[in-house]
Design a protein around this ligand. Structure first.
Ligand code: ZN
Length: 287
């Protein structure tokens, strides 16, 4: 990459009012949506996609997250069963099939879930990472299969299950099938609990809709990243329903912690240590 593409192009784009944030991973520059600083994506990657200027936690690809979470960056990816794609033949502006294939190409993932298996400070753990960049992290029938697969894997290997949630809710293109996926995920979580193994949830920005109404709220421990939006319906919908102005920071991690909805807020850079501590305590194994 030369000087022109690295420095001049983004400056020109911002001058010309390029309001749309650049896609992470596809462009060299990303605009922080909080402080509006143009951030060089290589630097951002080194900083775990946390803005070095204002500390905003941006979306991070689950594969990169796992690389930092597991010891020496080593982990095994576990695939999950495929399901029949798009039996409803759903189409809005473009077909669901096309959107899905584009999301797979962009994220290099099977669906919005990535299952990883490796060691966190020496403790073998099964981890799920959700990718908001995969159709808004929406929960599909395949997503439910991923939850079941990860739960079965955790039980078979006697490990805890840790999930990093990021989702706008159920996948609307799958209609009632995505709703049927919700109870399936709660059954998956129950399998882990029945085996007396810990299920830890790390809520990241944003975690909303049906995902909040199912597996995201069932953690034995509920951790959140700073300033993450966590809720069921969006603030505008609630405001219109209750007819009252909502308090500042409503549905953000800090507000939820104050109201006893989550257990703690942990900065992304401290998550590995915190998870290792919790796993060690809950499993009575030395980290
Ligand atoms: Zn920023």
């Amino acid at each position: 990459m030369n000087w022109i593409t690295k420095f001049v192009k983004p400056k020109l784009k911002s001058l010309l009012g390029g309001k749309k944030s650049l896609e992470i991973g596809e462009e060299a520059w990303v605009k922080c949506k909080q402080c509006q600083t143009m951030l060089y994506s290589e630097d951002l990657e080194k900083n775990l996609y946390v803005c070095p200027h204002c500390d905003l936690h941006l979306h991070i690809h689950p594969r990169l997250r796992m690389k930092h979470l597991f010891d020496e960056g080593a982990f095994k990816e576990i695939s999950y069963p495929t399901v029949q794609l798009d039996p409803l033949n759903f189409k809005d502006k473009t077909s669901y099939k096309d959107k899905f294939k584009e999301a797979q190409r962009k994220t290099e993932m099977q669906d919005a879930f990535l299952i990883g298996f490796g060691k966190i400070q020496g403790i073998t753990t099964t981890v799920i990472g959700m990718n908001f960049k995969f159709m808004g992290g929406s929960l599909s029938s395949a997503g439910a299969e991923a939850m079941v697969k990860a739960a079965e894997h955790a039980v078979a290997n006697n490990t805890a299950l840790v999930i990093f949630t990021a989702s706008g809710g159920a996948r609307m293109q799958e209609n009632q099938m995505s709703l049927q996926a919700l109870p399936k995920t709660t059954i998956a979580v129950q399998m882990v609990k029945d085996a007396k193994l810990p299920y830890i949830v790390v809520l990241t920005d944003p975690t909303t809709g049906g995902v909040t109404a199912s597996f995201a709220m069932l953690g034995d421990v509920a951790i959140a990243e700073p300033k993450a939006l966590i809720g069921f319906a969006g603030p505008r919908v609630i405001q219109n329903t209750v007819g009252e102005t909502l308090p500042d920071g409503f549905q953000r991690s800090e507000f939820l912690l104050d109201h006893g909805f989550i257990d703690q807020i942990v900065h992304r850079k401290d998550l590995k240590t915190k998870l290792a501590q919790l796993l060690s305590l809950l499993l009575k194994r030395a980290a």
